[in-house]
Each structure stands twice: as C-alpha cells, then as structure tokens.
Design a protein around this ligand. Sequence first.
Ligand code: ZN
Length: 82
Amino acid sequence: MSERKGLQEWTLQIDPEWGLRHMGKCIICGAFSLDTPNASEARDWCLKHAHATGDDSFKLMAIHYGSAIFAEPPSVNGTSPT
Ligand SMILES: [Zn+2]
C-alpha cells in the first residue's frame, strides 16, 4: 500500500529532444530496425527485411523516450534526506 503511494512521487517526463521515434520489428525472427525519426524509414526497413529473408509479419512501433523524475514531496515528517 505505501509502496503504491510512493509511485505518485515519480513523474515520467517525455524527452522533447528525441521527439517521436519509429521502429520496425519482425515478428517472425525478432530482428528490429534502429529507431528513426522518420516513419517511412521504419517501413522501408521492414520491406528490405522481407525482401532479404522472406519474413512477412512486422510490427511498427512509435516510441517516446522519457526520464523518470523523482519529485521530492513537501516535507511531511521533518526528516531531511542525507
Ligand atoms: Zn525476420
């Protein structure tokens, strides 16, 4: 119970420098592309992989990178962190 409450002090901050990234993954063999800012590059990777291997099932993913930031709660019990 108290652990779950602690989660509220964490914030996930999306990193705007990275923006939305795209990635293709082959469902057949598990190979995947590098993530790219360009969705069509991810699709091209799938087509090239299909051409090279004959694998024909892919997953296209859009990715945000983020950082978990701990928000120091306002002093509640007076104990200061060391
Ligand atoms: Zn494959």
